[in-house]
Unconditional design. Structure first.
Length: 345
């Protein structure tokens, strides 16, 4: 059945956009900075991972609550208990997504830094008010490798962002105690080839990974002209790499976010590994009317359980004329299972 949610075909950007300024480093007024600092102080105590082993009874209780009284037996998913210090299901993550070279790819790159951080923290506060049983923490979800229409020097149809840009995101995350997610659009490359390029960042305790099947084109198609796909083996390549980093560096579990909004974007979901070192979030991507987004969540996220779930919200595309508007936290908390990762674009 063809997916009814509008397809994201404009997430990649051609090389010429690299010459444009996104305005993210614009000077901000003293008043804006002071207001942001006040919001930070109000809602964001620092998250310190626990070194204590998982309390399995407490973990089970959290997972059952997250399943929202599912009666099908699909949720919560059976999986090994995570290592000590796991963020999920004890925290809900609210992230801003984007790239600093483009205002069109999401809120992270659309607004000047202080304004962006203030808006993010306002969303964090809304989610915390909607569900006081789960601590809400902010994240910056940065597209670190972008699919490209042009093949590039190595014919991979992807462009890796410079370390200076990732370092900027890392610095922006510090004052609000935010997590950082580095997202990969592989183009004609592969997960196995692209993830190691981010190893120096993934070794850090607050850095996690996102991978986007939409832009994985295995048969030579141009990114953006066709929706791509990951099979379980592609996703397991990311899981294996993250698990190895966790073991070698004595880290708390990493989170892997996998975007999805069609049946074909992820194949072999039942073969995706579940390991104590990695927590996998299947993120419901795609934009459109509320009823269509809910239908997509039910068909591809609920019916094909992996471990945890996420939901993506679009400030512009979910609020176009003749649509029912963007989901509120209160509405999404009625979903089964409740999404634990929320992303705003």
């Amino acid at each position: 059945m063809k997916n009814q949610v509008s397809v994201l075909v404009c997430c990649f950007f051609p090389p010429f956009i690299l010459a444009l300024s996104c305005g993210c480093n614009q000077a901000n007024s003293t008043a804006e900075k002071k207001e942001t600092a006040q919001v930070i102080a109000k809602v964001l105590p620092e998250v310190k991972p626990s070194a204590q082993p998982i309390d399995t009874a407490a973990y089970n209780k959290k997972m059952i609550a997250l399943s929202n009284n599912d009666s099908t037996g699909k949720w919560p998913v059976k999986a090994p208990y995570p290592l000590a210090g796991a963020l999920l299901p004890y925290n809900r993550i609210v992230a801003y997504y984007g790239n600093l070279y483009s205002k069109r790819m999401g809120a992270l790159g659309e607004f000047p830094r202080e304004e962006m951080l203030k808006k993010l923290l306002e969303e964090v506060a809304k989610w915390q008010a909607a569900d006081t049983t789960v601590k809400v923490i902010p994240a910056l979800h940065y597209i670190a490798s972008t699919a490209q229409a042009a093949p590039g020097k190595d014919n991979k149809h992807r462009m890796r962002m410079p370390s200076s840009q990732i370092d900027t995101i890392m610095n922006w995350a510090k004052p609000i105690n935010a997590l950082v997610f580095l997202d990969i659009q592989v183009g004609h490359s592969s997960v196995k080839e692209e993830v190691p390029s981010l190893e120096k960042y993934l070794k850090l305790p607050n850095v996690h990974l996102g991978i986007d099947p939409e832009f994985s084109l295995k048969n030579g198609e141009i990114p953006g002209r066709k929706i791509g796909s990951f099979n379980a083996e592609d996703i397991n390549d990311a899981i294996d790499y993250l698990a190895d980093i966790v073991r070698k560096n004595n880290l708390t579990p990493k989170i892997l976010v996998v975007h999805r909004f069609t049946q074909g974007m992820v194949t072999g979901f039942e073969r995706i590994k579940k390991v104590p070192e990695v927590q996998v979030v299947m993120d419901m991507d795609g934009f459109g009317d509320k009823i269509l987004k809910r239908s997509t969540y039910l068909r591809y996220i609920f019916k094909e359980p992996v471990q945890f779930t996420g939901f993506k919200l679009f400030y512009k595309n979910d609020t176009k004329p003749n649509t029912s508007g963007m989901y509120t936290p209160e509405e999404l908390l009625k979903f089964t299972p409740k999404p634990i990762y929320i992303q705003y674009q």
